[in-house]
Design a protein. Structure first.
Length: 175
């Protein structure tokens, strides 16, 4: 502000970076980590009740927790934000089986038409400032190519996505 400097604190969301992938599934093969902004866990009705098979593709870590409050400013510590509902949670998955209709009261699918449904716990991942991340874009493209049942496309593009987090420096090196 002119000659004066001012610090302005802004609220920000925690954006989880998931590294626990179902390596056997072609949609996540070759990916190390994917970020999930404003994600909600996916809870699935057991296969015995719906006849549909749910396969989790990406899970949160065991150190994760569910927080129903969307305010997460920079003030509180991580310990203050933790809740009693610990992870891991499914963040993305696929539903396969025979589909016919959606029942709005239970959100189950049943019927006679075979198909695949992709379920991701956030829509924010498809926004341009998150899709710009190489691994997020590869994840979304893998899901689309998997839904087209084209294994050749998946094997060509999804190589070389490596997650490289910053490591904590020792105190002596910081000085």
């Amino acid at each position: 502000y002119g000659f004066f400097r001012a610090v302005s604190l802004m609220e920000y969301p925690y954006i989880p970076v998931a590294t626990d992938m179902n390596r056997g599934h072609p949609a996540v093969r070759g990916l190390d980590a994917v970020s999930f902004p404003f994600v909600h866990p996916i809870r699935v009705i057991p296969e015995s009740k719906t006849g549909l098979k749910y396969t989790s593709l990406v899970d949160s870590s065991r150190a994760s927790w569910l927080r129903n409050d969307s305010s997460a400013g920079p003030g509180p510590s991580i310990g203050e934000l933790k809740t009693k509902e610990p992870g891991p949670f499914s963040l993305a998955g696929v539903l396969e089986g025979d589909f016919f209709r959606v029942t709005p009261t239970t959100y189950t699918l049943s019927g006679a038409a075979a198909g695949r449904v992709i379920i991701v716990g956030t829509s924010k991942q498809a926004q341009p400032h998150f899709v710009g991340k190489q691994a997020n874009l590869a994840f979304l493209m893998n899901l689309l190519e998997w839904s087209l049942q084209d294994e050749a496309l998946l094997s060509i593009r999804s190589k070389g996505m490596t997650y490289r987090p910053l490591r904590a420096m020792p105190a002596a090196a910081r000085l």
